[in-house]
Design a protein around this ligand. Structure first.
Ligand code: TRP
Length: 445
């Protein structure tokens, strides 16, 4: 139905490329900082294992069984009411919203590769005002870098699953790992390294609130790219004989290890210079650059490497956010990849510019909706409403709609009966209830 398939290794790398993104290197460290360190990390590891991995495997199962786009997957796998279930497949459109702000953030990162090379700020105050200034006043710079990130992403997707997505992941993912290892080796020499290890791995439960638990579940979800058909769509192009249980486990492990390494690197720097871990989303754009500055030319090099790693992680994820809709358009409307990308890119670019402009102080009053900027609305609507909703639908579909013996015959070659039963229980009860709790909490509290 669609073009070339992934190789077995290509599928693992592409899914890992999707999972490893801004969520790992930007969001995970600042969330850990805000939620007190070790205990939060422990809860995160548990939710990845019991909720994240189950749902990941569920998406892989849907894709692997249907071998089609997300909409026809729900339609064809439902024994009854396929004509209703197919609307669940529309969860792929969440990607359009995510992409419009995700690409803006990749644009900021491109800009920070440049900043690291030539104009690192010398103090946190200066760093804060230059980052804040860019967001709230510098339309030109942001538009320029957003457009660049946008073209890179769509260009890669235009080359298709094998020649575009698999290829770029086979190049960028190893590069990302190498850069992170270099940075890790360097952090090892900093006096803050020991403190960073203790901060991340020694749990202090007095610092944990119920909100931390929900934040961990929500993040487990975002970091594994779940809830909008990305993994489902990639799994539709998996080779028939791939061990899907092992592949899923490898992606989850890789994603987790990379988040932990990014955390170690960032906290080593922060503790080395006695900076505070709990600084929120500005952590890497505001707190890190002045620390790099203190290291002179070495700091420039480290900064460039750090933001390059972040850019690579972001691009491979952005690609995976577009692909589900592209595949749907190709399969359903029998149009070419190029044509579907032209249509889709027009929508994403328009929404992206709307989000970008809604952060600019001067323009805010013209482009807000109920007093909120589009950037925040897209972020809230996708992360807090649509992705969890997608996750719940996937869990219910696999847990209650697809026949159990179909799941069993697909999965039993790759796992023992007790693991299968554990997974089945989790996907039926633990996952939907857990995700529902997160969603209610995020929307109403
Ligand atoms: N997982 C990516 C990250 O951590 C983001 C991402 C990519 C994503 N594709 C997705 C999130 C699909 C949700 C759904 O940055």
């Amino acid at each position: 139905m669609h073009g070339a398939r992934f190789s077995k290794f290509g599928f693992i790398m592409a899914s890992a490329g999707s999972a490893v993104g801004l969520g790992n290197i930007w969001k995970f460290p600042y969330m850990t900082g805000e939620n007190g360190g070790g205990a939060f990390v422990l809860i995160y590891l548990l939710t990845i294992t019991f909720v994240g991995l189950s749902l990941f495997l569920a998406e892989v199962v849907i894709g692997r069984l249907s071998r089609g786009d997300a909409v026809s997957a729900f339609e064809s796998l439902a024994p009854r009411n396929g004509n209703l279930w197919k609307y669940s497949g529309f969860m792929i459109f969440t990607g359009i919203l995510i992409l419009s702000f995700y690409t803006i953030v990749i644009g900021w990162i491109f800009k920070y590769i440049y900043v690291s090379a030539f104009s690192l700020p010398s103090s946190v105050k200066e760093a804060g005002s230059s980052f804040g200034g860019m967001l709230s006043a510098d339309t030109t710079t942001q538009t320029l870098f957003f457009t660049l990130a946008f073209f890179v992403t769509f260009f890669i997707v235009s080359k298709g699953v094998k020649q575009g997505i698999e290829k770029i992941n086979l190049i960028l993912m190893p590069l990302l790992v190498i850069i992170l290892l270099i940075l890790l080796a360097y952090s090892f020499t900093l006096s803050g390294f020991g403190k960073a290890v203790a901060f991340l791995f020694v749990p202090d439960f007095s610092k944990v609130h119920s909100s931390s638990i929900l934040a961990a579940v929500g993040h487990a979800f975002f970091t594994l790219s779940l809830g909008m058909g990305t993994i489902m769509t990639y799994a539709a192009s998996i080779p028939k004989d791939a061990n899907i249980a092992k592949s899923s486990l490898m992606v989850a492990v890789l994603d987790t290890v990379i988040a932990l390494v990014a955390g170690l690197v960032i906290f080593s720097f922060l503790f080395h210079f006695n900076a505070e871990p709990s600084q929120g989303p500005g952590l890497i754009f505001i707190s890190l650059p002045p620390l790099f500055y203190q290291l002179g030319i070495l700091g420039n090099a480290i900064g460039v490497l750090f933001f390059m790693a972040l850019a690579f992680a972001g691009i491979t994820s952005a690609v995976s956010i577009v692909e589900p809709t592209v595949m749907y358009m190709i399969d359903r409307f029998k149009i070419s990849r190029t044509k579907s990308l032209v249509i889709l890119s027009a929508v994403v670019y328009l929404l992206g510019m709307l989000a970008l402009l809604s952060n600019i102080d001067e323009l805010k009053k013209y482009v807000t909706f109920f007093g909120k900027g589009f950037f925040d609305i897209f972020d809230f609507l996708s992360s807090s409403v649509l992705l969890p909703l997608g996750g719940i639908l996937i869990a219910i579909f696999v847990g209650f709609v697809i026949e159990k013996n179909r799941l069993y015959s697909l999965l039993s070659p790759f796992m023992s009966d007790s693991i299968f039963n554990l997974w089945y229980f989790s996907i039926k009860y633990i996952t939907p209830i857990g995700v529902f709790a997160v969603m209610i909490n995020k929307i109403f509290f």
